[in-house]
Design a protein around this ligand. Structure first.
Ligand SMILES: [Zn+2]
Ligand SMILES: [Zn+2]
Length: 214
């Protein structure tokens, strides 16, 4: 699987374009806004987007999903239904964050732990990792040893848990219980900032490294 990161919105959210190098079929993960940047990346790579994937319901990640879905004529898959209240409240989020173009939507498919999503011939697994938001999901492509984790985990940090229905221990348990078993050599695209590996985080991340006990 190939990928290209397109930082969008004033939060520099890592929207990512994922595609199969053979079929050039692609998905856009977390189109939070700045759709012209996303459309330019799609055109430059020459890929055919067949769906939009959403990790969670925060506006900087999913506020542009409705418009991009309409522009491209493709369905939206994800997040987990427990983030429905955030998507329904998109107008409120937009006002609070200044992301004025953010719009709510109803996903064509909600996702849950253990399900899979397809990008052409590629199959990605879905992990439900609540804590930052209750319905946050992570996409994992085992063959590429790559995960797209949204705001669950960052290089050297983890997602905030002070929002509605946030839960710090739930997030720590999801990271350790669901992400670490994917393998130390797994690379991840976080929702913000630089990429990293699970090995590096287990050694050096002050919130979830192997030496921290709760
Ligand atoms: Zn978030
Ligand atoms: Zn975010």
């Amino acid at each position: 699987m190939r990928y290209r990161i397109v930082p969008v919105t004033r939060f520099r959210q890592n929207c990512s374009l994922l595609w199969c190098p053979d079929s050039l079929r692609a998905a856009v993960v977390d189109p939070g806004g700045d759709l012209e940047l996303i459309q330019a990346a799609i055109a430059e790579e020459g890929v055919a987007v067949e769906k939009i994937l959403v990790t969670h319901g925060h506006a900087d990640h999913s506020g542009g999903a409705a418009e991009l879905s309409e522009c491209l004529g493709v369905p939206i898959e994800g997040p987990h239904p427990d983030d429905g209240f955030l998507i329904d409240g998109m107008a409120k989020q937009a006002a609070r964050t200044g992301l004025t173009g953010a719009r709510g939507f109803t996903p064509d498919r909600w996702l849950d732990e253990g399900e899979t999503v397809e990008i052409g011939p590629l199959i990605l697994s879905v992990l439900h990792c609540p804590g930052h938001t209750p319905g946050h999901i992570v996409f994992h492509h085992p063959a590429s040893k790559l995960a797209v984790v949204g705001d669950v985990l960052f290089r050297g940090s983890i997602g905030r848990c002070d929002g509605p229905k946030g839960d710090h221990m739930q997030l720590v348990n999801a990271i350790r219980g669901k992400l670490w078993p994917l393998g130390n050599d797994t690379e991840f695209i976080p929702g913000h900032g630089d990429m990293s590996t699970f090995a590096w985080e287990r050694a050096a991340n002050a919130y979830v490294c192997d030496f921290v006990e709760y």
